[in-house]
Design a protein around this ligand. Structure first.
Ligand code: PEP
Length: 256
């Protein structure tokens, strides 16, 4: 099966765990993927550990590079230079990251990032050969007001820039109210929003049919089969459940 048609099962480890925890989790994930073989062969796996741990994990992965890819949870909006505390897209690409998450709701709503900085980060990521997982999604208040689609459309339109295509961009629809709450969106909500995103991408890109749209927000083993088999759902971005190797890989099994 073509890479692009595989479901992307992406784990966002956020700011969790010691170096030892990260190494143990990485090894456990690799082992579980290998043991499950054909049962997960329709999936591409990605882990996004804390930036500090990525270099060490890539050492474990270098002998088995096709099993699981590594991504960053964010990158700087700038090229290398005097930006204390930042890590550039070039640096992540240089050490072997393939993906970067940009615009996660925790960065939009806790750290206060808006579309202006997000689009700069997307540009830097693609200029440096990284694939971007752009997170979009409405808050509970926005959904209650009936403006969920409008919010998502605006977040998508912000990244209508030269050079984006289905190879270097993945969209993750993550309703903010579903993240870390145990309250996943319903099948109907996901179906409608993913169809809307697909239609919106068609207006923006020539090869939009091949672009993967992930669902994220309280994906667990027991709701994975339902959520990941909806039309236009091409994988999942998983927070909490990705911190347990068995859950993470069992979600992929349910998707297969
Ligand atoms: C996330 O943070 O991207 C996420 C989807 O978290 P969780 O799976 O824990 O809801």
């Amino acid at each position: 099966m073509d890479r692009i048609m595989k479901k992307l099962i992406a784990g966002n480890w956020k700011m969790n765990g010691s170096l030892q925890d990260a190494c143990e989790l990485c090894i456990a994930v690799m082992d579980k993927i290998e043991k499950n073989g054909a049962a997960v062969s329709d999936c591409e796996f990605l882990i996004c550990p804390p930036a500090l741990h990525i270099g060490s994990l890539l050492n474990y992965l270098k002998d088995r590079p096709d099993i699981v890819k590594v991504g960053a949870q964010d990158c700087a909006a700038y090229d290398n230079g005097a930006y204390t505390g930042e890590i550039s897209a070039a640096m992540f690409a240089d050490i072997g990251c393939e993906y970067v998450i940009i615009g996660h709701s925790e960065r939009r709503h806790i750290i206060g990032e808006g579309d202006e900085i997000i689009v700069k980060k997307v540009k830097k990521a693609i200029e440096n050969g990284l694939r971007v997982i752009l997170c979009v999604g409405e808050t509970q208040g926005e959904r209650d007001k009936g403006s969920a689609k409008e919010i998502v459309a605006k977040q998508l339109e912000a990244v209508k820039i030269d050079g984006i295509n289905s190879e270097n961009l993945v969209i993750a629809y993550e309703p903010v109210w579903a993240i870390g709450t145990g309250n996943a969106a319903t099948v109907d909500d996901v179906k409608k929003m993913h169809a809307f995103i697909r239609a919106k991408l068609k207006e923006m890109l020539a090869d939009s049919d091949n672009l993967r749209i992930l669902y994220g927000g309280s994906v667990k083993v027991d709701n994975a089969a339902q959520l990941l088999n909806i039309e236009n759902v091409n994988g999942a971005l998983i927070g909490g459940a990705s911190l347990d190797a068995k859950s993470f890989v069992d979600i992929a099994k349910a998707a297969n």
